[in-house]
Design a protein around this ligand. Structure first.
Ligand code: ADP
Ligand code: MG
Ligand code: MG
Length: 476
């Protein structure tokens, strides 16, 4: 690796062992923390969040390109969320076969019918990319997906730069250590939450983090909470069942949970079917959506983040619908699109199926799911598409070109895992934060970045799934 960490360091076993100890201690000192799997709801036993020993080289031009396009992605997601005709058309075939998306869509329709109670919109998202390696060794930025609900690691990634700086210094790489970028998504995300809370306009009202049953990654959220408490904004952490049992709307549709008025609901849960364990959970989601509280995200922004919408956006002319007079913006967004193909019924979808069956290793088959581990690869693609033959089952998925990033060697530090060198692939995320009131965009920002790295043996899965680990870009 020419511009990364030289082999004399990478291959020096004794040095690597020392550096790994130094790195873990520094991660603990800097607060790159996670609760342990055995006790996810207690902070009595915590460990470092998994991370790479070294930062990963990332070409500066593509990194800057990802940052530069983020505010346009924010605008795009926000415009989609305000276009019910587009959402209806884009998701029509999906909701016929995918019960989860259909259920979300029904809430969206009910809110449309009743009229939105709140005109303040708060969007926190993360657009994820891989750098596709060209034959000439060049790399181009390709979006994997955009997460419009519960996008994580904005907190912990604010603390990882100092860990890698320290490791590089101890390894004698002072110049490289100075090239690790500052990063503070926690502050940017909290800034947008604070703005939405302020616009809501009640000092007593709280920001409610809607959290999961199992809270292993709580420290990631605590960073954002701390930033808000510093501004004297009260935070409450509640689960769906708390909302079911104690939630209500008053005559003005103000949301009350456990006796607290809620100004902002920040969803860190509710993105996958398993999060909705009962009808009461769905009722709680609906209650929050109908309320005057600012939702992050609201139901239509949640739907704007589906993979089906991503595929429809890649069709000719669709971006132009959202940016009719801004060809440069269209160009900037479109440049990040990988090949995306419909599986709708009809000749176009048939063509997609034939293409996938002929060369399954060139593609990824994606259902409308979040949280990692749901995509389908290789011969399994053929199995699924053949099983769906003659039915509409295939419309639950989209097909996407597989992106091939250049592998890089690194050590993945993870509790109880042996220290060994791995061939790794990285995924770059960029955080977006925006606030709108009615027609006025009050804030639209790129809030920072996240690099996650996994062993190339794994085709899928994030940090929470135990596959990827936290990393930092080393710009080259
Ligand atoms: P999720 O919402 O579950 O995170 P993603 O679209 O991010 O779904 O896919 C999960 C993982 O699968 C990604 O983090 C990446 O590792 C891999 N992946 C997804 N799409 C592609 C692709 N087009 N090419 C290569 N790998 C992909
Ligand atoms: Mg996702
Ligand atoms: Mg993802």
């Amino acid at each position: 690796m020419a511009e990364g960490i030289p082999d004399e360091i990478m291959m020096d076993g004794a040095l690597i062992e020392d550096l790994a100890e130094v790195a873990k201690d520094e991660a603990l000192l800097q607060g790159v923390l996670m609760r342990i799997q055995e006790s996810p709801n207690s902070s009595e036993l915590v460990t470092y969040a998994p991370f790479t020993l070294f930062p990963t080289p990332v070409p500066k031009a593509v990194f800057l390109q990802a940052l530069a396009v983020q505010t346009h992605y924010n605008t795009l997601v926000d415009k989609i969320s305000q276009d019910p005709d587009f959402l209806q058309e884009a998701l029509a075939s999906t909701i016929e076969v995918d019960d989860f998306t259909a259920r979300l869509f029904r809430i969206h329709q009910q809110i449309l019918k009743e009229g939105k109670a709140q005109s303040i919109v708060l969007g926190l998202n993360r657009s994820d990319y891989m750098l596709d390696q060209g034959e000439d060794g060049s790399s181009s930025l390709k979006q994997i997906e955009i997460n419009t609900i519960a996008a994580s690691f904005g907190g912990l990634s604010s603390r990882t730069p100092d860990v890698h700086r320290h490791v590089l210094k101890v390894a004698g790489k002072l110049e490289e250590s100075q090239r690790i970028l500052d990063n503070n998504p926690a502050s940017g995300l909290a800034g947008a939450v604070a703005k939405a809370w302020e616009l809501y306009g009640s000092e007593r009202a709280a920001v409610m983090f809607l959290v999961e049953e199992s809270q292993r990654n709580i420290f990631d959220q605590r960073y954002i909470e701390s930033e808000l408490w510093k501004r004297n904004i009260p935070i409450i952490r509640k689960r769906f069942d708390h909302v079911s049992k104690t939630g209500s709307l008053d005559q003005d549709k103000k949301l009350f949970v456990d006796g607290h008025e809620v100004a902002v609901v920040y969803f860190r849960n509710g993105y996958m079917p398993q999060n909705y364990i009962s009808e009461q959970t769905w009722d709680a989601r609906l209650l929050m959506e109908r309320s005057l509280a600012v939702k992050c995200p609201d139901i239509s922004t949640h739907l704007a983040g589906t993979k089906k919408v991503q595929q429809v956006l890649a069709r000719p002319g669709v971006l132009e619908r959202f940016f009719p007079d801004q060809p440069r913006v269209v160009e900037q967004i479109r440049a990040t699109f990988a090949g995306l193909y419909t599986l709708d019924m009809g000749p176009e979808g048939d063509k997609t199926v034939a293409m996938a069956l002929a060369a399954p290793d060139r593609f990824v088959l994606k259902p409308q799911r979040e949280g990692g581990g749901n995509n389908i690869y290789g011969s399994e693609i053929c199995r699924v598409l053949q099983a769906a033959k003659g039915t509409t089952d295939r419309t639950a998925y989209i097909l996407m070109d597989k992106i091939h990033p250049a592998p890089a060697q690194n050590y993945l530090l993870r509790r109880d895992a042996p220290l060994k060198i791995s061939n790794c692939l990285s995924e770059l995320g960029v955080f977006g934060a925006y606030v709108r009131r009615g027609k006025d965009t009050v804030m639209n920002e790129c809030a920072g970045h996240l690099l996650r790295t996994k062993s190339s043996e794994h085709s899928d899965g994030g940090v929470a799934a135990g596959v990827a680990v936290l990393d930092n870009p080393l710009l080259v």
